[in-house]
Design a protein around this ligand. Structure first.
Ligand SMILES: Cc1cc2nc3c(=O)[nH]c(=O)nc-3n(C[C@H](O)[C@H](O)[C@H](O)COP(=O)(O)O)c2cc1C
Length: 196
């Protein structure tokens, strides 16, 4: 069974991220065709990048125990859904800092995106698509963009219910179908002998 990880990019107190993540956990938790893990970067305290050797060269050998644990967590996933905010038209530094700490663990795996903000996080997602290519990942064409109207409704709801995002359910089904196809294809390819 493939393992899909939802990576929570924002770590700030009071983050909006918890709402789309609650919706994803609710919807994806009902599925029985893959396993789901939430990778909350708050659970992985990291320094501002200070490793002496670039992770693309150290290849899973990390002196920092938190980095090693993050790497082992990412290693076991077959595909990812990155939940990203947009800060000044880019992705959050917390997400990029975490990604920079590892490398091989992401290689040849697919990634989909859920963004939110004034343009549904579209600018952050476009930038992330460029970043993940360097990780030899396959960024999906389809993404989920949560626009301000839904963000306002979600912020005002007390308590928040995943039903508030039900208009996105169909889109999520499309994204997940695509992600699972790529996870199967690349999982089979990763099992082949390593390239020279
Ligand atoms: C430093 C900073 C920069 C921001 N820049 C943008 C932006 O460029 N585009 C946008 O749509 N929202 C922007 N926002 C508003 C965020 O969309 C909003 O604060 C959102 O809740 C951030 O996600 P988070 O709460 O999960 O961290 C910015 C927020 C912060 C804190």
């Amino acid at each position: 069974m493939p393992l899909i990880q939802v990576i929570v990019g924002s770590t700030r107190p009071g983050r909006f991220a918890d709402k789309p993540v609650a919706w994803l956990a609710d919807r994806l938790g009902r599925r029985d065709d893959f396993d789901l893990e939430i990778l909350d970067l708050r659970d992985h305290p990291l320094p501002f990048f200070d490793q002496a050797v670039p992770p693309a060269r150290s290849l899973r050998d990390y002196p920092d125990e938190n980095v090693a644990r993050l790497g082992q967590t990412i290693e076991r996933a077959d595909g990812f859904i990155i939940v990203t905010s947009e800060y000044n038209h880019g992705y959050p530094a917390s997400l990029k800092n975490a990604m920079d700490h590892v490398f091989a663990e992401f290689n040849r795996k697919p990634v989909a995106f859920v963004g939110y903000g004034n343009v549904g996080g579209a600018r952050a997602i476009e930038q992330l698509r460029l970043v993940v290519v360097e990780f030899e990942m396959a960024p999906l064409r389809h993404a989920i963009h949560i626009l301000p109207e839904l963000m306002i409704a979600a912020r005002q709801a007390d308590p928040f219910s995943p039903e508030l995002f039900s208009s996105l359910d169909q889109r999520l089904d499309t994204v997940v179908a695509d992600l699972l196809w790529w996870a199967a294809a690349l999982g089979a390819a990763r099992a082949l002998p390593a390239r020279a």
